[in-house]
Design a protein around this ligand. Structure first.
Ligand SMILES: Cc1cc2nc3c(=O)[nH]c(=O)nc-3n(C[C@H](O)[C@H](O)[C@H](O)COP(=O)(O)OP(=O)(O)OC[C@H]3O[C@@H](n4cnc5c(N)ncnc54)[C@H](O)[C@@H]3O)c2cc1C
Length: 443
């Protein structure tokens, strides 16, 4: 085997340009790292060529520009060859870039996977159509809904109402219940055939399962749990999500593969307005997965319905939320009273949940639920970033905290610096009085 040695770039040697030395006082001699310069009586340098390493320090230091680098004919030949090779490498890079751009340009359009369970659509799918509409407008491409299920054509029409321009429909009994294999095959088939540039899914149990499987199969990137989506000047999807335990927001891009895939948690994107009259083309696909090729069977569906006391904080319009400042479980009764007055629900920070003061499904934040109520009242909550990412898009945030420097005030619409044990009951009382007054006025 022949060893291919990498050619070293010649550095040349230093020489004096006759008549240019100004006898500055031996600056070149003092800077030379190899003692390769002697001075003559006239104060001009004599270069000891074998010692010179071509470091150019003396050339740079010379105030009269009296020193220069020169190359032997062999060195000049090597330099010429190197320049030629570098030019070829540049051409190759340009060609690769062109091929990549061509590959990416073959993918066009924004898709939203419409999640449904037994025909019931997940609200996050409509939220994603709202976000997808903005992305599609920026890219000047259609927004498509992808509906997979059994007897689910009406969901295409519903998707048009929430902004989809067209819908891909795969309707067959084999897709009745969600199973990874048939849904994976179906979605990959559509992606390979129609080549969308962006595919969005809800960061739900189903969305997380399917998105990961699809991204692996089609060989692209996936950003989970995005909190923000945008488009850069090269048509790349900018996918923003919390990173490093929520301490920073990272914007991730998948600039060499298509489609770009992202999941977004429910409630993160605003719900778009429903258009009462909307229509669009439905692109039907007869692609079927044979039941014999699927390893899983759904034998029975057992609904995980919670008892009557279960509360879904993600749909609440008014949320009174408590943190460590509440001090004890029993103290949450004052929040409940305020929530009752408002017709809202009680939620909490992770500290409150970890302390066992509230059930886990009431946690707001990065590892809890994302909420977007009309009013979010944060009581005794400091406002850690992991909490803020779950509530900062509420229409109005009212923060009650006795520490005027608490970070929660940075996202608050109204801030009350004070003891929550005085402020919360006072608010409840005031609301009660207002209600009574308006009832009396009506009678
Ligand atoms: C990976 C990771 C994920 C996380 N996920 C979440 C999450 O999903 N949700 C979440 O909330 N946290 C989450 N956290 C925890 C988060 O970092 C904070 O520790 C937590 O939010 C703090 O809760 P807190 O504001 O209730 O408590 P503290 O930070 O202790 O704040 C209590 C506040 O109450 C105020 N206070 C005390 N007494 C009173 C009073 N009498 N009147 C008025 N104010 C008072 C204090 O001034 C203080 O500001 C996560 C952390 C990590 C590392």
């Amino acid at each position: 085997m022949t060893e291919i040695k990498k050619q070293k770039k010649p550095r040349g040697k230093v020489r004096l340009i006759p008549g240019k030395c100004i006898a500055c006082g031996a600056r070149c001699q003092s800077i030379c790292p190899v003692n390769g310069i002697e001075m003559n009586e006239a104060g001009e340098p004599y270069i000891d060529i074998p010692k010179c390493i071509g470091c150019v320090k003396c050339v740079k230091a010379c105030p009269g520009s009296a020193l220069e680098i020169f190359y032997t004919p062999e060195e000049l030949a090597i330099l010429a060859e190197m320049e030629h090779t570098a030019g070829l490498a540049d051409e190759q890079v340009d060609e690769e870039e062109m091929l990549l751009r061509e590959k990416l340009a073959a993918y066009r359009g924004v898709w939203v996977f419409i999640e449904q369970t037994e025909g019931e659509p997940a609200r996050v799918s409509w939220e994603l159509l709202g976000a997808g509409k903005e992305l599609a407008a920026k890219l000047e491409v259609p927004l498509s809904a992808v509906v997979i299920g059994s007897n689910v054509e009406r969901l295409c029409n519903e998707a048009f109402a929430y902004g989809a321009d067209q819908a891909y429909l795969l309707d067959s009994p084999v897709y009745l219940h969600y199973r990874t294999e048939p849904y994976l095959e179906a979605l990959c088939h559509l992606i390979e055939k129609h080549k969308p540039e962006i595919v969005l899914m809800g960061a739900t149990g189903m969305g997380r399962d399917l998105a990961g499987a699809v991204a692996t199969r089609v060989g692209t990137g996936l950003t989970a749990d995005c909190t923000g989506l945008g488009i850069d000047e090269r048509r790349n999807l900018m996918q923003t999500r919390p990173a490093f335990g929520g301490n920073i927001m990272a914007t991730i891009m998948c600039d060499r593969y298509r489609p770009q895939m992202a999941t977004v948690r429910p409630q993160v994107m605003p719900m778009p307005e429903r258009r009462p009259v909307a229509d669009g083309p439905i692109i039907r696909s007869s692609f079927r997965v044979s039941e014999n090729d699927i390893f899983t069977r759904v034998l029975e569906i057992i609904h995980d319905r919670k008892g009557d006391g279960a509360v879904d904080i993600t749909g609440a319009e008014f949320i009174v939320s408590g943190g460590r400042g509440l001090m004890a479980k029993d103290n949450f009764s004052i929040l409940q009273e305020l929530a009752d007055e408002l017709g809202g629900v009680v939620a909490g920070s992770r500290s409150a949940i970890d302390a066992g003061w509230l059930p886990a499904e009431r946690q707001v934040g990065q590892t809890g639920r994302t909420v977007r109520p009309r009013i979010y009242i944060a009581c005794g909550i400091s406002g850690a970033i992991q909490h803020l990412v779950g509530m900062q898009d509420s229409d109005t945030v009212i923060a009650i905290n006795r520490d005027h420097e608490a970070p929660i005030f940075e996202v608050a619409t109204y801030g009350i610096v004070g003891d929550l044990f005085q402020v919360v009951p006072a608010l409840t009382e005031e609301l009660r009085n207002l209600r009574q007054k308006s009832t009396q006025e009506r009678h």
